[in-house]
Design a protein around this ligand. Structure first.
Ligand code: C5P
Length: 320
């Protein structure tokens, strides 16, 4: 630790997938009214924060998925931490210094909520580093101002919630996460969220006859739960993002039609009941992608995280 710097406070920022996403209407403010069920998975960024002598905010970005991630005010983690820093400075009546180190593992522009989760983790780590706790509704208001799915990551301790409004109204589901294995495939194309939404013609509700994906469905074996997955944005993403269709076609060629897009994409995910079955499908898929000349940014198997963004207790030994 450098002179004048305090201990790092560490928070995990998990990725999410949308198990269901209905686009109910286009609103007067340009956003879309949603009804979505989101689940955190155990692929996560790590956000570290510590007090330093030099006043102001500094952010470093590293890790396997760091390419193209800004290390300034364009980064939602930076903006979240800056808001907490401003509050701490007002309380202290003087300028303070905060250093952030963001380790990226979650690909960006991928429908996995990485930047939004980083913002939630930044609130937690900055609060702890500056010993400046915001009230719960202030935290949620701050996060909602940064992005529609930011509040989910802080307001869903089990990492599972139904979100409505433009996505910022969170009803956490306090229950054990499903026992599934989840395969993630992130293409080498990014999906700009606004571009995908602008190609949407709501309402895009789950078709009549498709089983509802209520909390009880989460106890079903993956094979049965697959039938209830729905993403109203998938058609718009395939239409509006050049290159995405080739990945969907590659999934179909290896019998993985059950895979769904997460959020506005570009990540596709598939549910499985057991690890061997999941890994065998991932191997088939990798071989097919290789034959087609498609290089994924990420192709991996994960589990439900069982939590949203959270501070890592100091004794668990996460090192900066
Ligand atoms: O809220 P967020 O900054 O993530 O939204 C990015 C863009 O996605 C918005 O500017 C809007 O165009 C679109 N969006 C939307 N309806 C939502 C969420 C996002 O139209 N519920």
């Amino acid at each position: 630790m450098s002179e004048g710097a305090a201990a790092w406070q560490v928070a995990r920022a998990p990725a999410k997938v949308n198990l269901s996403l209905e686009v109910l209407a286009r609103r007067a403010d340009g956003y879309h009214e949603l009804d979505t069920l989101m689940l955190c998975v155990d692929l996560a960024d790590v956000l570290r924060a510590r007090r330093v002598e030099r006043p102001g905010l500094a952010l470093r970005v590293g890790g396997a998925a760091a390419a193209g991630v800004p290390a300034d005010e364009r980064n939602l983690a930076w903006r979240a931490a800056q808001a907490v820093l401003a509050r701490a400075q007002r309380r202290a009546g003087k300028l303070l210094g905060l250093e952030l180190a963001l380790e990226k593992h979650v690909p960006s522009g991928a429908g996995l909520g990485g930047a939004s989760s980083d913002a939630a983790a930044a609130v937690l780590a900055a609060q702890a580093a500056l010993e400046c706790e915001l009230a719960r509704d202030e935290q949620q208001e701050l996060l909602a101002s940064l992005g529609s799915d930011c509040p989910f990551f802080l307001a869903s301790p089990s990492g599972l919630a139904r979100c409505t409004g433009r996505g910022e109204r969170v009803e956490p589901l306090g229950r054990a996460p499903p026992a599934w294995w989840i395969l993630l495939l992130t293409p080498d194309v990014s999906c700009p969220t606004a571009q995908v939404y602008s190609a949407v013609r709501p309402p895009l509700c789950r078709p009549a006859g498709l089983p509802s994906l209520g909390p009880q469905t989460l106890d079903l074996p993956a094979r049965e739960a697959r039938g209830g997955l729905f993403n109203g944005l998938e058609g718009a993403a395939l239409r509006s993002v050049p290159g995405l269709r080739a990945w969907k076609d590659a999934l179909s060629r290896c019998g993985a039609e059950h895979w769904k897009l997460s959020g506005s994409g570009s990540t596709f995910y598939g549910l499985h009941d057991d690890r061997e079955e999941a890994l065998a499908e991932l191997d088939r898929l990798r071989a097919e992608l290789g034959r087609s000349g498609l290089r994924p940014r990420l192709a991996t198997a994960v589990r439900p995280a069982g939590r949203g963004a959270a501070l890592v207790p100091p004794e668990s030994g996460a090192r900066a």
